[in-house]
Design a protein around this ligand. Sequence first.
Ligand code: PBG
Length: 346
Amino acid sequence: MTRKNTDDAAGRSAAGTPGSFPAIRMRRNRQADWTRRMVAEHRLSADDLIWPLFVREGRNTREPVPSMPGVDRLSIDLAVEAARHGADLGIPAIALFPNTDPALRSDRAEEAFNKDNLVCRATRAIREAGLNIGIILDVALDPYTSHGHDGLLIAERIDNDATLEALVRQSLNQADAGASVLAPSDMMDGRIGEIRRALESSGHTDTILMSYAAKYASAFYGPFRDAVGSSSTLKGDKRTYQMDPANTDEAIREVALDIAEGADMVMVKPGMPYLDIVRRIASELSVPTFAYQVSGEYAMLMGAANNGWLDKDRVMIESLMAFKRAGAAGVLTYFAPEAATLLSKT
Ligand code: PBG
């Protein structure tokens, strides 16, 4: 019998002595808290968390989102306080989403270009508070369209190229308001390149583009649509622009294109059901890859926790750690403040 000169997969050493039990006991490294900490391959901290916030009109008003227990739509003054709380916890960035008055939604999404729209006012107010926290704004027309789609419609079809012009106007408006990061979530073709060119030629050379590059047509966005008020308005579905959950190679092409067009960071969405995509992108493309633990994932965990079926704190931390293990640079999560608080105690 020829001996291999390297250890084989079962841990047998070159000399042929069995490198297995009892010489090897995997449990030795797990025996105490201090050894487990010493060999931990991944760590989770507040630095990994991005906090999505829903904003609404009014003063000193918070309005619960029934399908997202623990999440409220906040008036701008309370959003400023939330941002301050996030900054105090060491959370690096918040992502703002407006619940736009239905009367301001239209076919052509004009409210997206209004420099005094809700999300722009919220951004300015948070900016003025001078906090050490980044502000991420979504680029997509769904908070502003009467039909709830991310793009403009001609008859029943999304007009990709007309939408690009609208997304560029929305992007410049939001960059002017003080967004540090623009996160196009619309999945139109060519949008990263168009937005990047417009930012460069208007002096917004430092605006970061975090592209929702691999965004799937998912049923897990339901509670978010309740929160921003587009559930009831959305006609049809988003499958002609968001990706088919059956695909993975396509995600690699989407991300490669967005990087080539000028994205600084990319995102995968939803999160937990798509960890394979996070891993492939992080490994194959070496680009800062974020994951969005979306509203439906949050609702699922909170629903079970509130019924006493799951331990909330533990599933929260375990689910967030899974993103790190998959290679994510960070996670957008509605658990951000709670997770950061818990992590600061351990
Ligand atoms: C809008 C947008 C959506 C989410 C983020 N930006 C919903 C959608 O595409 O329909 C989902 C976030 C979540 O579910 O938490 N383009």
